[in-house]
Design a protein around this ligand. Structure first.
Ligand SMILES: NC(=O)c1ccc[n+]([C@@H]2O[C@H](COP(=O)([O-])OP(=O)(O)OC[C@H]3O[C@@H](n4cnc5c(N)ncnc54)[C@H](OP(=O)(O)O)[C@@H]3O)[C@@H](O)[C@H]2O)c1
Length: 219
């Protein structure tokens, strides 16, 4: 599989990138980001871009791919409503629309989160925005699209949050998190499980388009 990865510098994207390196079926990964990953690997190619609502300047580099793992995303905590909607909906749809046009046989996988509101009518703002993003992604003319909704994620294999204190919390609570992955699969997975599940679903398909944490852990 030839893969395009958005968000490779983030916690989820680092985990997906690591599993792409490990998986013999992944031939090439193109990381599209505004900052370099700092990672060296024979499979990895990078394109830096600064306008995430207009990909015309790099379009020629985005064709010929089988899969997109879209791991770019932000937390709504402390963020202005319009900025959150822009970074979640506008950026994701701009990238996905471009990729669907350039790669009609592509499988697109999007990382959202547990609690995403498919009705777009509920009381939680971030969940409505993610729900609309999922719903509109599912209408695009991809070969297939899958929405991954993890809850908590334990980072493994050196995957790190971009926030220092969060890494400290993950380090201190690692045994508890490992227990929770086993005991509460509805609420906890690992970066390894998530990355592997995204690759397997992209390769083999899945019976439904939306995967919750328990589905991810069962793959
Ligand atoms: N981490 C979790 O436990 C968790 C759980 C459930 C769901 N999720 C979801 O998974 C997705 C990724 O989360 P994460 O934890 O990996 O986030 P993260 O560590 O903060 O990484 C965010 C990624 O998005 C990129 N990004 C952010 N703003 C951008 C912008 N304006 N333009 C271009 N790129 C931008 C970042 O690039 P830069 O390096 O350039 O900033 C980075 O690659 C989010 O949608 C989140 O809701 C995460």
């Amino acid at each position: 599989m030839k893969v395009i990865l958005f968000g490779a510098t983030g916690m989820v994207g680092q985990g997906v990138l690591r599993e792409c390196f490990v998986d013999a079926g992944v031939e090439r990964v193109l990381a599209v980001g505004r900052s370099p990953t700092g990672v060296q690997h024979a499979k990895l190619h990078e394109v830096l871009h600064d306008n995430f609502t207009d990909f015309s300047a790099i379009e020629s580099q985005l064709a010929g791919y089988d899969v997109c793992f879209f791991c770019l995303g932000v937390s709504s905590i402390g963020m202005d409503a319009e900025r959150y909607r822009h970074l979640t909906y506008d950026v994701t749809m701009a990238a996905a629309t471009t990729l669907a046009r350039l790669n009609p046989g592509m499988v697109f996988t999007y990382v959202t989160g547990r609690g995403t509101d498919s009705t777009e009518q509920g009381p939680v703002r971030w969940a409505r925005v993610k729900g609309k993003t999922e719903n509109d992604l599912l209408k695009l003319p991809f070969k297939a699209a899958y929405m991954f909704r993890p809850a908590g994620i334990q980072p493994l294999h050196g995957v790190r949050s971009k926030t220092g204190w969060i890494n400290a919390v993950y380090a201190v609570t690692a045994p508890l998190l490992a227990y929770m992955v086993r005991a509460t699969p509805n609420y906890m997975t690992t970066s390894e499980r998530l990355g592997r599940a995204m690759i397997k679903v992209a390769r083999d398909g899945y019976p439904k388009p939306v995967l919750e944490s328990e589905d991810i852990n069962a793959i």
